[in-house]
Design a protein around this ligand. Structure first.
Ligand SMILES: Nc1ncnc2c1ncn2[C@@H]1O[C@H](COP(=O)(O)OP(=O)(O)OP(=O)(O)O)[C@@H](O)[C@H]1O
Ligand SMILES: [Mg+2]
Length: 264
């Protein structure tokens, strides 16, 4: 195995909403070239952790490092420019635009960077380059044939792939994916997992994945962190996680379906 390169690392991350502690003292590492899973029952603090990593939610304590640099005080935009991309728990796509336009939008903001004028009037060769990048991302996500379709006409599964293509087209080195398989059927979920693995293998990017679908998690993740009530209760390989009594106990009573798919 090649040595791990730093992607996202956090140390003692704590997030409070008013008096409520949503994440407490979380330490984890999601390296480049790997798919790292963040799992746990509803309300465990997974999306909050993503918010703190991407810079949208201010932590009360702890540090976040990106590619080895402390970004705890950097804005969300600065973190994105360093190469951090994310998808949201609810798909954020523009339904009236075509698939190609949605994906091209993913790279546009990054290409224009902080230059407001270029955001308004992109250079002609920028536009051509963005189209090429977008076309490559569509191919990587196996949706080339949908390029000209309006997103409004797509299934949920296809929209999830558009979203993935959009962050991929942005050239991000580290991707945070929040429940990308929600709304997908088992066949679409399996395909989604294979595409994520393919992207990581091909681009060397790192993925931090929040996911409830245990079969997908077990299939695509190299390593898993399990949260419950904001605290890390287990860290290990998928096989170790599946065997953990603490993880089983956390899922018991919360979601019996999740537990049964842990049994696989
Ligand atoms: N903006 C907010 N203000 C106050 N409390 C919040 C806010 N966002 C989340 N919480 C609370 O913080 C805790 C963690 O929520 P979070 O959304 O991070 O969990 P999650 O693991 O992503 O859950 P799910 O699996 O349901 O998406 C929950 O108790 C939630 O109610
Ligand atoms: Mg969530």
């Amino acid at each position: 195995m090649t040595p791990e390169l730093a992607g996202v690392e956090m140390d003692g991350l704590t997030v409070r909403y008013g008096g409520k502690t949503a994440v407490e003292g979380l330490t984890l590492a999601a390296p480049l070239g790997r798919v790292t899973g963040l799992i746990g029952p509803n309300g465990a603090g997974k999306t909050t952790t993503f918010g703190a990593v991407s810079g949208l939610v201010p932590p009360s304590a702890g540090t976040v490092r990106l590619f080895g640099s402390d970004v705890s005080r950097r804005s969300a935009a600065a973190r994105a420019r360093l190469g951090l991309g994310r998808t949201f728990q609810r798909p954020e796509v523009c339904p009236s635009l075509t698939v190609m336009d949605n994906v091209a939008l993913g790279c546009e903001a990054l290409a224009a960077g902080g230059n407001l004028w270029r955001q308004i009037v992109p250079r002609r060769n920028d536009t051509a380059r963005l189209r090429t990048q977008a076309a490559q991302a569509l191919a990587a996500c196996d949706i080339t044939e949908l390029a000209d379709a309006p997103v409004a006409a797509l299934s949920v599964g296809q929209r999830r792939l558009v979203e993935l293509a959009r962050v991929h087209a942005g050239g991000y080195r580290m991707l945070l994916l929040d429940e990308p398989s929600s709304g997908l059927d088992p066949a679409e979920t399996a395909r989604f997992g294979a595409i994520v693995r393919g992207l990581v293998a091909e681009s060397g990017a790192g993925v931090l994945l929040v996911e409830h679908d245990m079969s997908l998690v077990m299939e695509v993740c190299d390593y898993l962190y399990t949260l419950d009530f904001g605290r890390l209760i287990f860290a290990g390989t998928p096989a170790e996680t599946r065997a953990s009594a603490a993880v089983r106990a956390a899922y018991l009573g919360d979601d019996d379906d999740a537990l049964s798919t842990v049994d696989g």
